[in-house]
Ligand binder design. Sequence first.
Ligand SMILES: Cc1cc2nc3c(=O)[nH]c(=O)nc-3n(C[C@H](O)[C@H](O)[C@H](O)COP(=O)(O)OP(=O)(O)OC[C@H]3O[C@@H](n4cnc5c(N)ncnc54)[C@H](O)[C@@H]3O)c2cc1C
Length: 308
Amino acid sequence: MQAYARLIATCLDEHYALATGTGAMALLRPIGWMRIFSRPETLAAALEQAETARRDYGIGFAALDGKALAAAEPSLLVERAGAIHWTDPVSVSDPHTLTLAYAGMFTAEGGRFAIGDATTLRRAGAGWQVQTEAGPVEAAEVVVALGAAAGQVTGPLGYAPPIFGKRGYHMHYGLRGNAVLHRPILDTESGFLLAPMRAGIRLTTGAEFARTDAPPTPVQLERAEPVARSLLPLADRVESTPWMGVRPCTPDMLPIIGPLPGQPGAWCAFGHAHQGLTLGPTTGRLLAEMMTGETPFVSPEPYRAERF
Ligand SMILES: Cc1cc2nc3c(=O)[nH]c(=O)nc-3n(C[C@H](O)[C@H](O)[C@H](O)COP(=O)(O)OP(=O)(O)OC[C@H]3O[C@@H](n4cnc5c(N)ncnc54)[C@H](O)[C@@H]3O)c2cc1C
C-alpha cells in the first residue's frame, strides 16, 4: 500500500505539470468523488477506514449524512444513509480528449507517431527495430507500454509478466428535465459508478474476468442500469453499444516500471490496473529519469520487473 501511495501522491502534480497553461486544464475538475451508502452500518465501517486513511496517508474527505447528501446532490431520487466525499481527487470530464491533448504536446515538441505491430520488435545491432506502416523504425531504446498485451512483446524476449485483464464497460446517458449530477458517485452496495462527463452521465461497471479474445458480455451494465435509473433520472442511452476496456493488473496490483530483465535498452511501463490514466504522467516521469540516468523522484524499486 505504501509503495502504491508514493506513486499516487504525485499524480495531480504530474498531470498539472503537463496541463497547466493549456486547454487540457478545463478537463481536470477539482470536485472529488463520493461513495454513497444505503446501510448505516456499512457507512459507519467505511468512515472508520476513511479516518485511518486520513491519519496514515493524509487523504482528505468529508462525511455526509442523508440530508447533507440530498443537499449536495439534489437530483438523487432516493434517500441514502449518507456518503463519503473524497475531496482531493480531480475528475477528468473527457479522458480521450485529455490523452489527445498530451499526444499533441508530444508531437509539438518533435515527437512522432508511427502505427505498427509491436510484436515485430527485434534487436537491431546495439538497438531495436520495429515494423510500422511507415516502414521499419530503429531506436537505441524502446519502452513497452502495451497494457494487458505487454507479454506478447516481452515474452519472446524472455520475460512473461503475470498480467491479467479486468474488463469493464461504460455507457453514457442523458438526464431528464433540469436534473444535475455535480460529481462522480459510487453506489457502494450496488457496485457501479455514475459520473458527469462531457458525453453525458457515464455509468461504469466493476470488474469482469474473461479471456483476452472473448467477445464483450456487458451483463453487468444491463443489471446496473435499472438500479442507476432508480437513483438518478437518466434519459436515453447516448451510444448504441457500450464501451469496453481492460484494466491491466498484476498479482500485487503495482505497475511494472523499469528495465526489461536481460534486455539492455528495453524498458517496461505497464500493469497500471485501475489507474493508468491517473498514473500515466507519473510513470512517464519516473521512466524518463531512469532512462536518462537522473536520480528518480521516487524509488523505482517496488515496481521493478524482477519481482515476478
Ligand atoms: C471500465 C474502466 C474504468 C477505468 N477507470 C479508470 C479511472 O477512473 N482512472 C484511471 O486512471 N484509470 C481507469 N481505468 C484504467 C485505465 O483505462 C488503464 O489503466 C489504462 O488504460 C492502461 O493504460 P496502458 O496505456 O498501459 O494500456 P492500454 O490503455 O490498454 O493501451 C495499450 C495499447 O496497446 C495497444 N496494443 C496492444 N497490442 C499491440 C501490438 N501488438 N502492437 C501495437 N499496439 C498494440 C492497444 O491497442 C492499446 O491501445 C479504467 C479502466 C476500465 C476498463
